[in-house]
Write a new protein. Structure first.
Lengths: 216, 291
């Protein structure tokens, strides 16, 4: 699973930090490093920007996986620099930001916007792949998600907006229904497209979601 | 006769589309209503078309009905969830609206509120299914209704889909719409009659009434714009040249539309005019077409 993030504009970060002078910065060695938004290089660059803007940076670290409980121990090891700070700027996905907040009473601010779960389709180009709808429909299409990749999440086939196989909303995106058609055609299962798909159960997406797992 | 009766009697029907105002001024709408009354069989009222916020289709449909026109309420799934869609359908029936055109709707990104959250709780096929449920006296989860509607549901199809996959997908979806209650179809604008005839041959087995879409050309720029930007529209070079060579482009646009209607007349069960600003010229176009 890869969480795709984007760096917030510096003005917004400075606004978030306006009440605080001494800042500690935390990045993440997993998804945010892969996205070049919260790895070592980006955390160091942020440090320079904050210093240039008159802040004092008490320390920084890149936790291997900030969403993991390991963050608790990382904060303990880094206690001196963290304690000296008025606030923590976390350059990870929202999961990492909240994990840091769970283990620290310091005010925590996000340096990134969490965009989506996706893959790197080509270097530097990320594509959303799953919106975690709670009712997987990949079986209908044998492996391509229309809920995520159709601009209208259509379940009963495409709208009339495709041009040369590309999406009307975002012409740089494939019409996912064309991809689904080609995939099912290859396996001789186009008949899977003819059935009615009943309305989706969006109660499965009501937030905040919880899941109970029976432990072995 | 109502649109339903005309279509069921296999008569050639004429429908046209009007767009509600951006604001509360209904003067022009009511002027158009005066001009169209008696000249067309039903009037489609668009639902925030192109995702541009305007006066609602339900109220506008009602106003037109008060003026003696038979409305076809266009209903998209973009702005309302399943509760609001069903409720608006019940409201429409209570206001005397019988025809509903079920659409998925454009994405908000294309309109004047691109930041809007899009709903798409249902899609067009599922909305048709819901309309059939309401007609049967039940809401979509099976609760019995106290008093039920008897809608005449319609749907759209794009005969000009430009690749094999997109075209086949349109046919598959058209059949799904029929299976879920669509009783008539209105199409994207047709300019290439031969291509449309091939489409009609292909869907002949469905036995579904098809009303061919006609958008009158106003200029060469408009034709080129649609060719470049609107999925499924292909204005042949020959028509573009006719517009370019014309001294009176309005007259030529009317003649081209009238000529298309004449050619289409033998192929399908009706024509659906989308005048896009030329609402008041509809009577002239129909007259030129001999209707």
């Amino acid at each position: 699973m890869k969480t795709i993030t984007e760096l917030k504009p510096l003005e917004e970060i400075m606004q978030l930090l306006e009440r605080h002078h001494r800042i500690h910065i935390i990045g993440c060695g997993t998804c945010a490093t892969m996205c070049h938004t919260g790895g070592k290089a980006e955390v160091q660059a942020m440090k320079e920007k904050l210093v240039a803007a008159g802040k004092e940076v008490t320390g920084w670290m890149v936790v291997p996986t900030t969403c993991d409980a390991i963050t608790k121990y990382a904060l303990e090891e880094e206690a001196e620099a963290v304690t000296a700070a008025d606030a923590i700027l976390v350059m990870t996905c929202g999961f990492g930001v909240q994990t840091v907040a769970a283990y620290s009473d310091k005010p925590v601010y996000p340096g990134l916007d969490t965009m989506f779960i996706g893959w790197e389709e080509s270097p530097g180009h990320f594509l959303e792949i799953c919106i975690q709808c709670g009712q997987c429909v990949l079986g209908l299409t044998t492996g391509i998600c229309p809920v995520t990749r159709c601009a209208k999440s259509l379940l009963c086939g495409p709208c009339g907006g495709a041009r040369e196989g590309m999406c009307e909303q975002k012409p740089e995106h494939d019409c996912v229904w064309v991809l689904i058609y080609e995939r099912l055609k290859k396996s001789g299962m186009l008949d899977k497209l003819t059935g009615f798909v009943p309305p989706k159960d969006y109660s499965r997406m009501k937030i905040p979601r919880q899941a109970e797992v029976a432990l072995p | 006769m109502s649109l339903r009766q005309l279509i069921e009697a296999k008569k050639f029907v004429i429908t046209a589309e009007v767009a509600p105002a951006k604001g509360t001024d209904t003067t022009e709408l009511l002027e158009v209503a005066e001009l169209l009354r008696g000249k067309i069989d039903a009037v489609n009222v668009t639902d925030q078309q192109s995702s541009v916020m305007r006066l609602g289709s339900l109220v506008t449909s009602y106003l037109l009905k008060q003026k003696g026109l038979e409305p076809t309420l266009q209903m998209t799934c973009r702005d309302r969830n399943r509760i609001a869609l069903q409720s608006d359908l019940l409201s429409a029936w209570v206001l005397g609206i019988e025809n509903v055109l079920a659409l998925t709707g454009d994405v908000p990104l294309l309109g004047d509120h691109p930041q809007a959250k899009s709903v798409f709780d249902l899609d067009s096929v599922q909305l048709l299914w819901v309309i059939s449920r309401l007609n049967a006296g039940f809401d979509m989860v099976g609760n019995e209704l106290k008093g039920k509607p008897d809608f005449f549901p319609g749907a759209v199809v794009n005969p000009g889909a430009d690749t094999e996959a997109s075209f086949e997908l349109q046919i598959i979806k058209m059949e799904k719409k029929i299976n879920n209650g669509a009783r008539f179809f209105q199409t994207q604008a047709i300019y290439d009659v031969d291509r449309f005839a091939r489409f009609m041959k292909r869907v002949e087995k469905f036995n579904a009434p098809v009303l061919a879409g006609v958008i009158p050309l106003k200029s060469v720029g408009m034709a080129r714009y649609m060719n470049k930007n609107v999925a499924g529209i292909l204005v042949p070079e020959e028509l573009i040249k006719k517009m370019a060579d014309s001294k009176d482009k309005t007259q030529t646009g009317i003649e081209i539309a009238a000529d298309l209607i004449k050619q289409i007349k033998g192929i399908c069960q009706g024509v659906h005019l989308m005048p896009i600003g030329w609402e008041k010229k509809v009577p002239q176009i129909l007259e030129s077409a001999g209707l």
